[in-house]
Design a protein around this ligand. Structure first.
Ligand code: DQA
Length: 150
């Protein structure tokens, strides 16, 4: 199983600043990912023909932390992909949760945070992650999943 966590305001994809984040909803992106990894052999239930993708979105820091703990200590989990949204820029608590779990975590941002406002240039969560992908849109989630499966 690969858990994909999206943080605050990402539930508004499609209507939120479409010039930056595009016109697709989070549901569109999640369906696209499920299709993309259909038939790819993954972790967990051997009867399942494909990677078992577990999608989670929350606007609340504590709920995101709880999900990292739950997925991160689940022996079925092969890795976590997280777009922490703005929490990436200041949540030491999410950074610590990522550092606390034994599974690899990859941080994804739809936009290129280094090409935007100064306050977005720093990610406090990224150093606790195996890697970070920023600026490649929804493709970033797929590349992160591929890397966890490799
Ligand atoms: C984001 C970038 C963050 O700076 C921003 O706060 C978001 C979305 C992205 O996916 O590009 O909410 O994480």
């Amino acid at each position: 199983m690969i858990t994909i966590i999206n943080g605050p305001n990402l539930n508004l994809l499609g209507k939120r600043e479409p010039d930056i984040y595009g016109s697709e909803t989070l549901e569109d992106i999640n369906s696209w990912l499920m299709k993309r990894f259909e038939g790819v052999r993954g972790y967990g239930d051997s009867a399942f023909d494909g990677v078992w993708l577990d999608f989670f979105q929350s606007n609340c820091e504590g709920e995101i932390i709880d999900k990292i703990h739950e997925a991160g200590f689940n022996p079925q989990t092969g890795g976590i992909v997280i777009n922490p949204g703005a929490y990436a820029h200041y949540s030491i608590a999410i950074r610590d949760a990522i550092a606390a779990v034994p599974v690899p975590v990859i941080e994804v941002h739809l936009s290129n945070i280094h090409a935007r406002e100064d306050f977005r240039h720093k990610s406090v969560t990224a150093p606790a992650c195996r890697g970070i992908i920023s600026g490649l849109g929804k493709e970033g989630y797929a590349l992160a999943i591929e890397s966890l499966l490799a």
